[in-house]
Design a protein around this ligand. Structure first.
Ligand code: TRP
Ligand code: ZN
Length: 883
């Protein structure tokens, strides 16, 4: 147990830095276990600071301090400074002139399993500094509003570390004695230290180039371990696509002559936008058709785009403090979503994003860790890289886009870039730029930044045949969240369309206006508000919250017939899909109740007919077509229930899937066969769509336990020349009773044992299987030679998949899943606190389950709270979950 509870940091306590750093000269002498760091900081007092006192406090953790020197005089001695566990205080520094502080210290990258600061990954040295990792490299003012110019010299053995990289441009290099060499890098742009990066190792690279809109030639380099050189083409192309897109859509050009990306195997998150030197999880770089699925290809392009877009939204303009994280993350996620939508299918991308938001972010917003997109306090900032800050943050930016329209949004972003280039700013500065550029008032809208929780919109409609009017009454409310018992009304854009009973579009004309249009965005601002449409000779069907125009829960009573109608006729691609989800959701929910009260399950034919219609229609966008056939996930269904019953959900879900397969077998078979081609895995929309529709048909047909279909799956598994088809086949084999399941898993492992990212899939697939015996398999896999608690991708693929993608087995009534997870979290707590804390997420939702499971989960959380040397990361999540 901790002696004292860790400290909470509050946004309201923000003060400007007492000192500024103009420039930094870093000098690294690399060694796996004993790296020497010399840092020369040119500093001065911040004229804007109100503080009194002549001391200077720098942050630093786990550092062996060797020397402190002020202005190149005699070294300071122990009476001139004090060291604590996380700081270095220099008693007195000059107050009215610049000074140079030199610090020498030592670090041990090999012992660094937390993967924060400088660490070793498969023999390569690399850094991760966001959010507060730089303080594990040297003493510094480790806060984003201290921006400085960096010059970095790296000295290392030539054979062990032939490639030496840092931010900016290479300005010098040379040879040294004892087979060593040196390289100096200079970054011409001021930056906070969280954007610093250093990479060294036996790396190879692929190279490309990009000509910017103003005609500058940028060299692009992607560094990987030598055996991965054949998996970089897609990442390189994605980078070029992102660079072009940011010029076309935002008018933003790249600003250095070199853009480097390094792929590393051990990484806590997806990727990091360090200036000019992005560091990526291999998962978001490496792809070859036979090793990566279509969805991997899409995510790679999305993440490459995300990190590239950060160059303007994050680096050139950064955050004042970490409470403002959504300033860069929300906006950058919005930008990457739009990029992917433009590159692939807008309709499909929107559905995927909303699906994720509603299953995972809504759960976060309804649980004990709910927080606004701009939190007002934290214990450990690493715990706030959340779905709320990222995904809900992107929805808030999207709503501004919806309210202003594309052109005015662009005026706002232009002003934001012009006004704040080179600064560390706040979410409020962003909103202000949007307001000032367009002369609009977003005062009420700002509440989205400070208020947590998912609002509920209750909508009632009333049609008046005599006046030919339709009135929608919209009431908004938001359940309380921790620390916020009372909620204020928000400004919510609600996109609406009206559809006549024959499927044609009815025009929307608000009473008192004379403009009519096919679609309108209503600004809902009050707790309850009515909108009346006129000129409606017949009662239309209302299509509400089109495109999911706000991150809210919509409560409106639709009959199953109306939902089936919207599934056939809604011209809004999102709402059309949503109608199908609602229809299936309503039916499955009814079956869950049947299941719970021991009644026989019977499938309402309305869903069979609705699916038949979808199946028999011709579709251009086969990916979109596949989504229309996708049932709401078990996790999404759980999110809708008062008390989650994982067994009933699973039974009802399987029943619906199997019955649809039985009733529509000829249609699924025909579709499977027409779209099953021997494809090498081209990443183009046509081939992706064919694979997607074919594989969803296979997933239905596999429920039939039919020998012919089992052999199709096995055949597809064996002959596939692309990972999408191979993995889809293996999934149906492993997730259903199939005689060849064991053998296929053995064969797959043998085939791919040297491809770490494919082996991650092998672990994840087994860990998420609903078949009996999965828990024993997971336990056995923990001792597999290829499993490694020190590799976050492996941890996520086994422990993460079991606890977050296998509701049925994780929530086994005897509590063995909970105990297993707690054991792993306790082990991870010392190895890698960030990953340990993320693995807690399944336990934080304990209040959603029945009493017996609640008690079992709570007991494990309490056990975790008793861990010796509990990290701040784990302490914060576990204690808030229990509170
Ligand atoms: N800024 C990164 C991104 O979203 C996130 C990130 C990468 C990160 N590595 C991290 C955050 C480590 C916290 C800790 O692009
Ligand atoms: Zn980001």
């Amino acid at each position: 147990m901790r002696d004292a509870n860790p400290q909470t940091i509050y946004l309201k306590d923000y003060t400007v830095p007492e000192y500024l750093i103009d420039s930094v000269e870093l000098n690294f002498t690399l060694d796996d276990e004993n790296t020497q760091v010399i840092s020369r900081l040119t500093m001065r007092r911040n004229p804007a600071s109100q503080s009194v006192g002549k001391s200077l406090t720098l942050s630093g953790e786990n550092l062996k301090l060797l020397r402190v020197n002020l202005n190149d005089g005699d070294d300071l001695t122990a009476v001139d400074y004090q060291q604590t566990a996380d700081s270095l205080v220099i008693n007195e520094v000059p107050q009215d002139q610049r000074f140079v502080l030199t610090i020498e210290n030592q670090i041990n990258p090999k012992a660094n399993t937390a993967l924060e600061g400088l660490y070793l990954s498969n023999g390569m040295l690399c850094t991760q500094c966001e959010a507060e990792g730089f303080r594990k490299i040297t003493y510094y003012l480790d806060r984003p509003d201290v921006m400085a110019r960096f010059r970095t010299t790296i000295i290392a053995d030539k054979n062990r570390y032939p490639v030496l990289l840092s931010n900016g441009n290479k300005i010098g290099h040379g040879e040294l004695s004892e087979n060593r060499h040196w390289v100096t890098w200079e970054d011409p742009f001021d930056k906070p230290c969280y954007l610093f990066a250093l990479v060294a190792g036996q790396l190879h690279y692929v190279e490309g180039s990009f000509i910017t809109q103003s005609g500058r030639n940028i060299s692009l380099q992607i560094f990987v371990e030598p055996h991965d050189l054949d998996k970089c083409d897609h990442a390189l192309q994605s980078l070029k696509n992102a660079m072009r897109w940011d010029e076309d859509v935002y008018g933003r050009e790249y600003d250095l002559d070199l853009y480097m990306i390094v792929a590393v195997s051990h990484f806590n998150m997806g990727a990091m936008e360090n200036k000019g030197l992005n560091v990526f999880n291999t998962k978001y770089v490496l792809a070859r058709p036979d090793t990566a699925t279509d969805s991997d290809y899409e995510h790679i392009e999305g993440v490459i785009g995300h990190e590239y877009f950060h160059n303007w939204t994050g680096n050139r303009i950064t955050c004042r403090d970490w409470f403002q994280l959504s300033l860069k993350e929300g906006f950058t996620v919005f930008r990457d979503q739009e990029f992917t939508g433009d590159r692939t299918s807008k309709a499909v991308k929107r559905i995927e994003d909303v699906n994720m938001l509603r299953t995972r972010q809504f759960a976060e917003d309804a649980g004990p860790l709910a927080h606004p997109i701009r939190p007002d306090s934290y214990i450990e900032i690493n715990n706030f890289y959340t779905l709320t800050v990222y995904e809900k943050g992107a929805e808030i930016v999207r709503m501004i886009h919806t309210l202003l329209g594309t052109e005015d949004f662009r005026k706002g972003s232009d002003l934001y870039f012009q006004r704040h280039d080179g600064q560390a700013v706040t979410c409020d500065d962003f909103v202000k730029a949007m307001e000032d550029a367009n002369d609009v008032d977003l005062a009420q809208f700002r509440r989205w930044y400070s208020q947590a929780g998912t609002p509920v919109l209750k909508v009632q409609q009333h049609y008046e045949p005599t006046g030919q009017t339709l009135t929608l009454t919209i009431a908004q409310s938001c359940p309380p969240t921790p620390g916020q018992p009372i909620k204020e009304p928000l400004h919510i854009p609600v996109k609406v369309g009206l559809i006549n009973r024959d499927g044609s579009t009815a025009s929307c004309q608000l009473k008192g206006t004379d403009q009519a249009s096919d679609e309108l965005t209503l600004s809902v601002t009050e707790a309850e508000q009515s909108f009346t449409f006129e000129g409606l000779a017949q009662q239309p069907v209302v299509s509400l919250l089109r495109g999911f125009s706000a991150p809210v829960k919509l409560a409106m009573d639709y009959s199953l017939e109306e939902l089936a109608f919207l599934l056939s006729h809604d011209s809004d691609t999102f709402n059309r899909w949503e109608a199908g989800q609602q229809l299936a959701g309503a039916i499955i929910t009814g079956l869950i109740e049947d299941c719970q009260s021991g009644r026989d399950m019977r499938l309402d034919p309305i869903i069979v007919e609705a699916f038949r219609k979808v199946l028999e229609q011709p579709w251009d966008d086969l990916s979109y077509f596949s989504l229309l056939l996708d049932l709401p996930s078990e996790t999404y269904l759980a999110e809708q229930m008062q008390v989650v019953d994982v067994e009933a959900i699973h039974k009802a879900w399987e029943f619906v899937k199997r019955t649809l397969a039985q009733q529509l077998q000829p249609q699924f078979q025909a579709l499977y066969q027409t779209n099953h081609r021997d494809e090498s895995g081209q990443f183009d929309a046509g081939a992706i769509g064919r694979r997607r529709i074919k594989n969803i048909c296979l997933s239905y047909l596999s429920k039939l336990e039919n020998v012919d279909i089992q052999s199709w799956a096995e055949q597809q598994f064996k002959t596939a020349r692309n990972m999408t088809d191979q993995m889809a086949a293996l999934a149906t084999i492993v997730n259903n009773p199939h005689p060849a399941a064991k053998q296929c898993l053995v064969d797959f492992y043998q085939q791919w044992r040297d491809e770490a990212l494919v082996i991650d899939k092998w672990f994840a697939l087994q860990a998420s299987s609903p078949m009996p015996g999965t828990f024993a398999t997971v336990q056995a896999l923990m001792t597999h030679d290829a499993f490694d608690l020190k590799n976050p991708n492996r941890v996520r693929s086994l422990i993460g998949a079991f606890s977050q993608a296998n509701q049925l087995h994780f929530h086994a009534a005897n509590g063995q899943g909970y105990q297993f997870l707690a054991d792993q979290i306790i082990a991870l707590n010392t190895i890698n606190p960030q990953v340990a804390s993320r693995m807690l997420s399944a336990l934080t939702q304990w209040r959603r389950y029945d009493e017996s499971r609640q008690a079992l989960m709570r007991a494990q959380l309490e056990r975790i709270m008793g861990t010796e040397n509990i990290s701040k990361d784990v302490y914060e999540v576990a204690s808030k979950s229990l509170a």
